[in-house]
Ligand binder design. Structure first.
Ligand code: ZN
Length: 381
């Protein structure tokens, strides 16, 4: 069956014509069209989430990760316009990290769908800060100084899939570790840290190029003028990832970060397994009983002032920026697609068609590798 879809590039505002034959894209080109004022359909790159700990009840940090569960995550993320993501493995025993990395590697080797969505793996820890507040939910007993030989074992187990490693540069041997990573084309991201401004800047000079969920994974109180958050905001070498779910950072912080970092920003969901689940009370293996509210806020049941991680999709964060007037549709969409794709050098041909309904993005169709994989509430992979 042949079809032609006319839509508007959400960045250039130019008309785009997409020709399809049996759900396969035959051509996609800019055209001069009079439809620009009548069509309400927009096209943008697929979203890329650089930090996904889990989704819809599936936890990437619990061994074993089953093939059917991984596919379930993909099916649900596609509905949220995500066409690439980095499963994120956090601090754990060396043995468990190795097992989880090997698990993901084997799933990618076995299943071409999984392989096409996993653009890499984000290893968040174990080389982070032990300081209270900075370490967040990471288990103190497994946190350690950067260790290149150990990292090489991790990378081998992952089939060379680790693309981002989050470390704290407060460890003495951070600099040679960062240099080794850069040489192997691995992005070093600074996070879960209480490093001094000098340590932050030295890490960036050595090649660290990213900040992990800037503004979170930090102690509640900091020195007012000289601290690692200001230093990372001010350092042009560092692209900041932000959890813009409306719970992790106040709008004022998002506004400052967007203004100072300009295009050196990416949005991440940092979603836990509770994202995509129905509101309710759940038992988390870290933090005990947690409450998931209707709007996506996840907190500790015993003290609901304390967040228990993130529980919304990247699309929710893109919409949050638009609804709060913090970014235009074009800019917000770029922060979840073009920017992360550029950062990890992901050649992105995947695209998404969406509409704006009451100032909110609603996904209509998703295309991956030039195949239609989602349309009208149905995923077909
Ligand atoms: Zn974290």
């Amino acid at each position: 069956m042949k079809e032609t879809i006319t839509c508007i590039d959400c960045h250039s505002n130019k008309s785009v014509e997409i020709s399809l034959e049996n759900n396969t894209v035959v051509s996609r080109k800019h055209v001069d069209s009079n439809d620009i004022n009548t069509t309400k359909l927009f096209v943008g790159q697929g979203l890329t989430d650089l930090q996904v700990n889990g989704y819809c009840g599936v936890d990437f940090n619990t061994f074993p990760i089953l093939e059917k569960d991984f596919l379930k995550v993909i099916e649900e993320l596609v509905k949220q316009a995500v066409t690439s993501f980095l499963p994120t493995i956090i601090t754990n025993s060396d043995e468990t990290i190795l097992k989880l990395l090997k698990n993901i590697h084997e799933l990618c080797e076995k299943n071409s769908i999984i392989n096409s969505f996993v653009t890499g793996i984000h290893l968040e820890g174990p080389f982070i800060s032990k300081a209270e507040g900075a370490k967040g939910a990471h288990d103190n007993k497994y946190i350690k100084a950067p260790d290149w030989d150990l990292f090489k074992k991790f990378q081998l187990a992952s089939g060379n899939r680790i693309k981002i490693v989050t470390i704290s540069p407060e460890w003495k041997n951070s600099i040679p570790f960062i240099k080794n990573c850069v040489q192997e084309h691995i992005i070093v991201s600074l996070g879960h840290t209480i490093a001094s401004p000098e340590q932050i800047n030295n890490a960036a000079l050595a090649g660290a190029s990213m900040s992990t969920h800037l503004g979170n994974g930090a102690p509640l109180e900091l020195a007012r003028n000289s601290n690692f958050i200001f230093e990372q905001l001010a350092n042009n070498k560092l692209t900041a990832s932000l959890i813009a779910d409306g719970f992790h950072l106040p709008d004022s912080f998002l506004k400052i970060a967007l203004a100072t970092k300009k295009d050196k920003i990416v949005l991440v969901s940092d979603s836990t397994m509770f994202a995509g689940m129905k509101p309710g009370i759940y038992n988390a293996h870290i933090g005990g009983d947690v409450v998931l509210e209707q709007g996506g806020r996840l907190s500790i049941q015993a003290n609901n002032k304390i967040l228990a991680g993130a529980a919304v999709s990247l699309l929710f964060c893109v919409n949050k920026l638009i609804k709060s007037n913090l970014a235009t549709v074009s800019d917000a969409w770029a922060l979840g697609s073009i920017q992360p794709n550029e950062l990890i050098e992901n050649a992105a041909s995947d695209f998404v068609l969406f509409e704006l309904v009451n100032g909110e993005i609603q996904i209509k169709e998703v295309f991956k590798n030039n195949m239609r994989i989602y349309s009208k509430t149905k995923t077909f992979l």
